[in-house]
Design a protein around this ligand. Structure first.
Ligand code: SAM
Length: 299
């Protein structure tokens, strides 16, 4: 995440005095395909606000037209969001409500809006979520992978080396992993996942959710790669990839990446026995196991 600009830390526009009600910034989710997924509350808010800040005004005007909403739109995308924030805050300052929407789904989730929300909150305005569709949540809800704990990794880097590096970082992550991916990279991405996580790791490709060709396919990564490679249709449309979390091989006691990182930091600062004991206290991993690992690491 890039650093905040001075105007975000010390916003110029301040909420109006008590006598004038400050406007509210509503963060409104819109459908990810099926227009019936818009909520009654979202429609009401979009109708009632003075202005809608939209990622792409042309795209959103079609959505609004469909619902007969005539509220004015103003662009709020990744290139102007920081600079244009003041324009939206000025509307809030005079008591007008503003809605923030993105092209699809929930704003800020791999979409613009973070800077505007941050600016509005730091200037003291109310920011109210109007929840609805979100591809990662829709995918997780139907994937059949553990959903009690999960990690959303967003989009992986486009370049192969950086992408594999990122995957390496989460190779031993025990929680379900969720990624967004562009259709033209889906096969490359699945193949990298197979290399890094191993072909036996269970994964789900959730494609075109809520749309005509919605597909949720769950297979071990080697079979999923082969299935996608064999059918060009599976390399089209929008997709979410979910990967089951890492599990230690049965009967084998292992030390996770975070515990190793802690152990290495401590080994650089203190005697081996003390480092293993302290690392055990910090990470919850068994002391004797960390002692063995520390001996191996010290050669
Ligand atoms: N804000 C959106 C949300 O709440 O999910 C995500 C926007 S992000 C720019 C777009 C990515 O979300 C797509 O590349 C795809 O990975 C995922 N996505 C969006 N709609 C989808 C759908 N209908 N089916 C599967 N994935 C979808």
């Amino acid at each position: 995440m890039s650093a905040l600009s001075i105007s975000e830390v010390f916003p110029v526009t301040q909420p109006a005095a008590d006598s004038v009600r400050s406007g509210i910034l509503y963060v409104v989710a819109t459908p990810i395909g099926n227009l019936d997924d818009i909520s009654a509350r979202a429609l009401r808010v979009l109708r009632d606000v003075a202005l809608i800040a939209a990622e792409d005004t042309r795209h959103s005007s079609r959505l609004l037209q469909h619902f007969g909403i005539t509220t004015p739109l103003a662009a709020c995308h990744e290139h102007n969001e920081r600079e244009q924030g003041g324009r939206f805050l000025a509307r809030l300052a005079v008591g007008e409500d503003v809605a923030l929407i993105s092209d699809a789904g929930t704003p800020l989730i791999s979409d613009p809006g973070f800077h505007l929300v941050r600016q509005a909150r730091s200037a003291g305005y109310s920011v109210v979520p109007v929840p609805g569709a979100c591809a990662l949540i829709a995918a997780l809800s139907a994937a059949g992978l553990p959903s009690d704990r999960f990690v959303f990794e967003g989009f992986l880097p486009a370049k192969a080396a950086a992408r594999r590096g990122r995957l390496e970082q989460v190779r031993e992550e025990a929680r379900t992993l969720i990624f967004y991916e562009a259709p033209h990279r889906i096969l490359e991405c699945l193949r990298d996942m197979r290399e890094v996580f191993g072909g036996a790791r269970q994964a789900v490709l959730a494609r075109e959710l809520t749309k005509t060709f919605e597909t949720l396919k769950g297979l071990p990564l080697d079979e999923l790669c082969a299935w996608v490679a064999a059918d060009a249709n599976q390399q089209k449309g929008e997709c979410v990839v979910l990967v089951a979390g890492w599990q230690a091989p049965e009967g084998e006691e292992t030390v996770n990446v975070e515990a190793l990182r802690v152990l290495d930091l401590l080994l650089a600062e203190m005697p081996l026995k003390r480092a293993a004991a302290l690392a055990a206290e910090i990470t919850g991993v068994r002391k004797n196991l960390l002692y063995q690992v520390a001996l191996e690491r010290k050669g």
